[in-house]
Ligand binder design. Structure first.
Ligand code: ASP
Length: 433
């Protein structure tokens, strides 16, 4: 069986919900669907989840939120009426939720109602059962999913034929509704897929799969049709906003593939995320980056051999909340790269390093950009790495940092922040030509 998850844009209005219904009924193996709250219909629209958070904030501050809430009510009632559904019971529930927000319910409760109402409406339209995930997905105090959730959900789903589940929330350690972080319906979908031992987790959204680069920076980048769990995690860690990171773990351990598909174009192949792949066809799957790194440079005779020195320096950085993301350590010097708002403590940190570590040279530069090229075949395919570096040198972009070894599937190249966009473009061109 296949578990599907539909994101906010896929359930933004009745026309979108009709598409969801067609997708679900088109294939008998799609028997469980997790849905988000209605998202934006146009660029300047507001997501239901955002409106619910604002209503709760206003209620807590004693501000009248009834006008804003009436827009939420209107949105659901219009969807239901357009789908020719009975709206009386829905209107009552919406009013009850308003009362609870007015009388002090917290942000988790308020935000979770977006998914709750969405799932109710869609279940009613499809004639499928609605299954509330509140007491089935249990969150630990650190926000992780308690293992018993899988069995609870599996038991509840075992007796149902076709079911719609609200995404984004479960129960927290205090027994109250607790939401995941934003975009967390992806996690609910992954939990449901693992609970059911699904053969596939389909994640339906408004794009036809993952792009090889950020389309806001690179014009019309290619879609990647297949990549591994590890490749997607590495891409996310270097800045690609791809798929909710925490949603990979539940399906990864059960080796359930994830397929990212487009609700508006269901016939497009999309992107398949798999445990492993043959990399000969496509050695590189993506490129992404982040700007604004600091580089801390410390020089001291034979520093590379003095583990105590490095340990002491790391502890000093940690005290200032700094954990380097990248580093390079030589005989007499090291560079650490990190992203952190240092406005208030930069001078104080440098003073402490000077007095406590007695370096021969000390520098802190801002604004290095790190670009990661990810792909299982990166090191085996001939010439990819040399093509990357010559593309930069042809464009007269100096390489400030290079790391080939941290992970065998990622190469990190540092350039000046000011060259970031150009560097990304020439590197993208180099790997796709
Ligand atoms: N509705 C929630 C959000 O906007 C969760 C989700 O859509 O996945 O973050």
């Amino acid at each position: 069986m296949v578990v599907c998850k539909f994101g906010g844009s896929s359930v933004a209005d009745s026309a979108q919900i009709r598409k969801v219904s067609r997708i679900l009924t088109d294939d008998d193996s799609r028997t469980v669907a997790v849905v988000s709250a209605p998202g934006k219909r146009t660029d300047d629209d507001i997501k239901i989840t955002d409106m619910l958070y604002t209503c709760q904030k206003e209620a807590a501050a004693g501000i009248d939120f009834s006008e804003r809430y009436s827009r939420i009510r209107e949105r659901y009632l219009t969807i239901a009426a357009d789908l020719q559904l009975e709206t009386e019971a829905l209107a009552l529930e919406i009013d009850e939720i308003e009362q609870r927000i007015l009388h002090g319910s917290g942000p988790d409760y308020a935000a979770s109602r977006g998914e709750y109402l969405s799932a109710k409406v869609i279940a009613q339209f499809m004639g499928w059962e609605f299954l509330d995930t509140e007491h089935l997905i249990i969150l630990n105090s650190d926000g992780t999913v308690a293992d018993r959730s899988y069995a609870l959900l599996a038991d509840a789903l075992a007796t149902k034929e076709q079911c719609i589940l609200p995404g984004f929330y479960g129960t927290g350690p205090n027994g109250e509704v607790k939401t995941f972080s934003r975009g967390g319906s992806d996690i609910t979908g992954a939990i449901a897929a693992r609970s059911m031992g699904a053969s596939l987790y389909e994640n339906w959204t408004d794009v036809s799969g993952l792009r090889m680069a950020d389309p806001r920076v690179i014009k019309d980048p290619e879609v990647v049709h297949e990549l591994t769990y590890q490749e997607i995690r590495e891409l996310a860690s270097i800045g690609a906003s791809v798929f909710h990171e925490e949603a990979i773990a539940p399906v990864r351990s059960a080796e359930i593939p994830i397929c990212i598909k487009n609700t508006n174009d269901p016939d497009d192949i999309g992107t398949l995320i798999v445990p492993d792949r043959i990399d000969r066809e496509q050695p590189v799957v993506g490129i992404s980056g982040k700007t604004g790194y600091y580089r801390l440079y410390v020089k001291k005779h034979l520093l590379g051999k003095e583990t105590d020195y490095i340990l002491k320096l790391s502890t000093l950085l940690k005290v200032h909340g700094i954990i380097p993301e990248f580093s390079s350590i030589g005989f007499d010097s090291l560079s650490y790269y990190f992203k952190r708002d240092l406005l208030c403590c930069k001078q104080q940190l440098l003073e402490r390093i000077k007095t406590e570590m007695n370096p021969e040279e000390l520098e802190m530069e801002e604004q290095v950009a790190m670009i990661g090229v990810v792909g299982k075949g990166l090191y085996d395919a001939k010439g990819v790495l040399s093509t990357l570096s010559s593309s930069l040198s042809d464009a007269a972009i100096p390489i400030r940092y290079i790391n080939y070894g941290g992970s065998l599937i990622t190469c990190i190249i540092g350039v000046d922040d000011s060259s970031y966009v150009q560097a990304l473009q020439v590197m993208y061109d180099a790997i796709t030509s």
